[in-house]
Design a protein around this ligand. Structure first.
Ligand code: SF4
Length: 234
């Protein structure tokens, strides 16, 4: 192997190690410092999906898969006028609902999920969105991530959402080495104080979007650079 190739291979291996392997430092005190610093950076961090009821938040969260919050809010403005309650979504004509949510992408799958989830809420829970992880994830079209959004933001029950940003950042911070969202959630739940679970997702997502992007994180501009074991390693 040429010296250049060998150097490139070693560099790649070092980067992989520093990203995913050798930086695990699950220290609760450091984790809390990171969260507090990010809270200062994003003092109004909150759920960006507009809603007035837990069911509307469920609808918006289902629509937000592979779609921006801004686009979802545009779509739901009309959608919630047209389908004002759970019963209206449950009785919707599938082909019409597909048209109504088309601009959010994956519209066939999403329309079916909205209708079936609403039918479940209506027939199994009397029209009220349930308040436990078990009952929420038993609704058709609702996974653990969506359930945590609802628990944390509609009911004030701590719920830590692990999306692509939370997954990437929690690895970069050395909070976990896991890649599986359920395992990451479990480890972050152990690391963060419970009252921070819901907010921590919002903070990590905002920081991931603004500064710690997947490809080119802006480490020199980062407010938690001194607390991050991955700083400047990209
Ligand atoms: S220092 Fe760099 S890698 Fe660490 S959180 Fe900030 S932007 Fe991300």
């Amino acid at each position: 192997m040429s010296p250049v190739k060998a150097r490139r291979k070693a560099t790649t291996r070092a980067k992989k190690q520093s990203r995913w392997g050798t930086i695990l430092d699950a220290d609760p005190a450091r984790a809390l410092k990171v969260l507090k610093r990010l809270k200062k950076e994003f003092p109004t961090a909150n759920c960006a999906l507009e809603h007035e009821t837990p069911h509307q938040l469920l609808v918006a969260t289902i629509l937000s898969a592979q779609c921006t919050d801004k686009r979802v809010n545009l779509v739901t403005e009309d959608l919630f006028r047209k389908y004002p309650d759970v019963a209206a979504f449950a009785a919707a004509r599938l082909s019409q609902l597909e048209k109504d949510v088309k601009s959010t992408g994956f519209f066939r799958m999403k329309a079916r999920a909205l209708r079936e989830m609403s039918q479940d809420v209506l027939t199994k829970h009397g029209g009220d969105v349930p308040r436990t992880m078990e009952e929420l994830t038993a609704l058709r079209g609702v996974g653990r991530k969506t359930a945590n959004v609802i628990l944390g933001n509609a009911f004030g029950i701590p719920g830590l959402v692990v999306d692509t940003h939370v997954k990437r950042l929690s690895n970069r911070f050395g909070f976990t080495e896991q890649q599986d969202p359920v395992k990451i959630e479990r480890e972050l739940n152990d690391l963060f104080p419970k009252q921070w679970w819901t907010l921590s997702s919002h903070l990590l997502i905002l920081h991931g979007r603004k500064t710690c992007a997947a490809r080119r994180p802006k480490c020199p501009d980062c407010v938690v650079r001194d607390l991050c074991p991955s700083a400047d390693s990209f």
